[in-house]
Design a protein around this ligand. Structure first.
Ligand code: SAM
Ligand code: SF4
Length: 460
């Protein structure tokens, strides 16, 4: 496939043409609150809003949408770096081929099993495996690592959903990964702006913009309809990148009938030998705006906020519509079996901002009234596009998502939590149970909670 559905000039023109007024902003937010995806022009109007009163309206709209549609659940996962060999030279990345200060390594089957056990022993149930781009990391290799993860179980737990963040593959490669049961396949376009893309990806297969842009089309063609897109914010104008993400979403919707399952919006962080112009770095206010606008533009898509960001900004941004966060994250190779030491930039791709443990993050979430969820039910029942269903099917969240979040959180409290988290967590569960007003759902859930207390696991 050789087409390219992103037109720089068109996106720049749309951004230039619009003039936001309070009435327009309100109309657009209402469209989103009525669960309709925004178009490029409407999103551009939100992006161009600068007056504080207008920006406040956008934040309030994003919060209302999150509360109204998704409620208080927050899904938790952990990334796991499988191999950092790489033949690309992305200027922003510590793993680039030309960086000879980085220690290169690929986890063996045993190393990987050890890392997984370490994650399981902390209570993780969902992981995303991350790979550099290298001939060693072909589809067969990735499929083997996925199998290893699913086979590595501890007495108390297992990773129940494996997502992938790796280079784009051929259709045949994705088919192999579908066979071993991956969850989401994630590819970040990094920047949707052609010239910038060429500048920051000077060599290696990743320098081919179209090959990367169409990477998830090939995944769809191979039958993987659960895909994640993303842009690395800080390479080019953040407003343009938001339109790029939206145009990509619209393309997938129009061509395959389903948009991306998730959107990620990493901000550029310090890495060894990074060689990036600072002109487009995104400050905290812009970051909050871009998340709120994405929430409104694609109301049915999951938004992922990573531990690249510091705890404080994560707290604020989660309220604007984030549905998934990683926690307890270590991104150096073999990092989960090491004592908590200072980050060593020579062993990781970039510096992370939130270095707290899973337990600490969960305790904070509970304190904020958020319901931590390790739910993997939709994926395991073959219901792909769970975010879309949560959004589109009336009652879906009450019937499935909240009960499954409560049950997986209860498992965490029984098996891994400190006494304090357990006490606060039980209180949270009691409060959430009090909100369940369908008697049948309530009784079923009470029965399952008792079974979890009696030692049964993985009820959904
Ligand atoms: N090598 C694969 C690729 O490039 O698609 C796998 C992903 S890479 C290991 C994960 C993502 O980290 C990249 O897609 C990029 O968006 C992000 N990343 C790279 N360098 C970064 C940096 N300095 N700060 C923040 N994120 C970065
Ligand atoms: Fe390699 Fe990915 Fe880093 Fe680029 S972002 S250098 S492809 S690991």
């Amino acid at each position: 496939m050789s087409y390219d559905f992103i037109e720089d000039a068109k996106l720049e023109r749309i951004l230039d043409m619009v003039e936001p007024t309070a009435e327009e902003i309100e109309r657009i937010i209402n469209k989103s609150l009525n669960k309709k995806r925004l178009n490029l022009e409407e999103t551009a109007i939100l992006l161009q809003a600068k007056k504080p009163a207008l920006v406040e309206k956008i934040f309030a709209g994003a919060k209302e949408l999150k509360d109204k549609v998704y409620g208080d659940r927050i899904v938790l996962f952990a990334p796991l770096y499988v191999g950092n060999k790489c033949i690309n030279n992305c200027k922003y990345c510590g793993f680039k081929a030309s960086n000879d200060e980085v220690d290169r390594c690929t986890l063996t089957h045993q190393d990987l099993a050890q890392q997984i056990k370490a994650l399981e022993s902390r209570g993780q149930k969902r992981s995303i495996l991350v790979y550099g781009e290298h001939p060693d990391y072909d589809a067969d290799f990735i499929a083997d690592t996925v199998k290893t993860v699913y086979q590595t179980k501890q007495d108390k737990g297992e990773i129940r959903r494996v997502n992938i963040n790796a280079a784009p593959l051929e259709v045949a490669g994705y088919k192999k990964l579908k066979e071993v049961g991956i969850g989401t396949y994630q590819i970040f376009q990094e920047t949707y702006h052609h010239d910038t893309y060429q500048q920051v990806h000077p060599s290696g297969p990743k320098s081919d913009f179209k090959w990367r842009l169409t990477g998830l089309d090939r995944a769809m063609e191979a039958g993987i309809d659960d895909v994640g897109i993303g842009a690395l914010f800080g390479l080019y104008d953040w407003k343009y990148e938001v339109l790029g993400l939206l145009e990509h979403t619209i393309h997938l919707e129009e061509k395959y009938g389903v948009g991306p399952h998730t959107i990620s919006f990493p901000r550029l962080k310090e890495a060894t030998n990074m060689d990036i112009d600072e002109e487009y770095l995104v400050d905290d206010d812009e970051f909050k705006k871009l998340v709120a606008i994405l929430r409104l533009a694609v109301p049915y898509t999951g938004l992922i906020l990573t531990a690249r960001e510091e705890a404080e900004i994560r707290r604020e941004v989660i309220e604007l519509g984030v549905s998934q966060i990683d926690a307890g994250t270590r991104i150096e190779m073999n990092g989960y079996t090491e004592k908590d030491e200072e980050q060593d930039l020579n062993r990781e791709q970039f510096k992370i901002g939130d270095t707290r443990s899973l337990e600490e993050v969960i305790h904070e979430q509970v304190g904020n009234g958020k319901l931590p969820s390790f739910c993997t039910a939709c994926y395991r029942l073959g219901r792909t596009g769970e975010h879309f269903m949560e959004f589109a099917i009336p009652g879906f969240i009450k019937r499935y998502c909240t009960p499954n979040a409560i049950l997986t959180f209860k498992e965490y409290l029984e098996d891994y939590a400190t006494e304090e988290t357990r006490k606060d967590g039980e209180e949270l569960i009691a409060n959430k149970m009090a909100e369940v007003n369908n008697q049948e759902i309530k009784e079923e859930l009470e029965g399952k909670l008792r079974r979890v207390e009696d030692g049964e696991r993985d009820l959904y």
